[in-house]
Design a protein around this ligand. Structure first.
Ligand SMILES: Nc1nc2c(ncn2[C@@H]2O[C@H](COP(=O)(O)OP(=O)(O)OP(=O)(O)O)[C@@H](O)[C@H]2O)c(=O)[nH]1
Ligand SMILES: [Mg+2]
Length: 217
């Protein structure tokens, strides 16, 4: 799949404030600083589309970007930076968890993890939360920043992720290594996203059914 046009649509502070648009959505979630906003820019080939920062906590709202006028990329604030809620509450922003659980047009969650590291408690906590809440949306794991380490390192970390999720009784989803610096994984991720989106109706294709017979003379 190609992306020919990408535009910022709006920001929302919570699920209620999300746009009424019915376009299918793909969301990027992960801990602060893992590279979500950078990945939006990498996929769209627009450097300044989403705000990137060296400091964690750059993205504070739910940001919607419209792709080719028919689907949306949603850049979420990172977990592990917003104030942690107590008790049974998920270990990340309530607005984000409500969006992930309640947004009808959300078709795919891309959960970003750092390819340089073995699974962290924070990330495993997120996968466990999705499992416990029976999150209805399918997810894929995107391993970010592969340009920062040798291939054997991120491959090893991917294998450890698989083993750990399996040992915890959690789903072991598709895993895609990516780099926003050298654009590795771009094609694979776009193809995966395409598979999760509904089929795009071709312009002017209509139903293909001859309707002339219905016309009154
Ligand atoms: N080397 C390298 N650096 C990256 C990559 N992706 C992101 N970064 C850097 O990591 C830092 C954080 O990137 P962001 O895209 O702002 O991360 P984020 O997940 O959106 O962070 P929050 O908005 O705080 O949740 C920035 O300094 C980026 O330049 C990558 O693929 N390779
Ligand atoms: Mg961000």
């Amino acid at each position: 799949m190609r992306i020919d046009s990408a535009e910022f649509l709006t920001s929302a502070k919570d699920l209620e404030a999300c746009p009424r648009s019915a376009l299918p959505e793909v969301a990027f979630i992960g801990r602060s600083n893992v590279g979500k906003s950078s990945l939006v820019n990498m996929l769209t080939k627009q450097r300044g589309l989403a705000k990137v920062s060296k400091k964690p906590g750059a993205t504070k709202l739910i940001n919607f970007f419209t792709m080719d006028k028919w689907w949306s990329l949603v850049d979420l604030p990172g977990y592990g930076f917003a104030k942690v809620a107590k008790g049974k509450q998920a270990d990340f922003n309530l607005a984000v968890s409500e969006y992930l659980m309640g947004r009808k047009q959300l078709k795919l969650i891309c959960a970003l993890v750092d390819s340089r590291m073995e699974p962290t408690e924070l990330d495993l906590g997120f996968f466990n939360w999705m499992h416990e809440e029976e999150c209805p949306v399918p997810h894929v794991i995107v391993f970010t920043k592969t340009d920062e380490v040798k291939e054997d390192v991120w491959r090893r970390n991917m294998a450890i992720y698989e083993e750990t999720l399996d040992a915890l009784g959690l789903k072991v989803p598709e895993m895609i290594p990516c780099s926003s610096v050298d654009r590795a994984g771009r094609g694979v991720l776009l193809q995966y996203i395409q598979g999760a989106l509904p089929k795009r109706k071709k312009k002017g294709s209509g139903t293909g059914v001859q309707l002339n017979w219905m016309k009154k003379r």
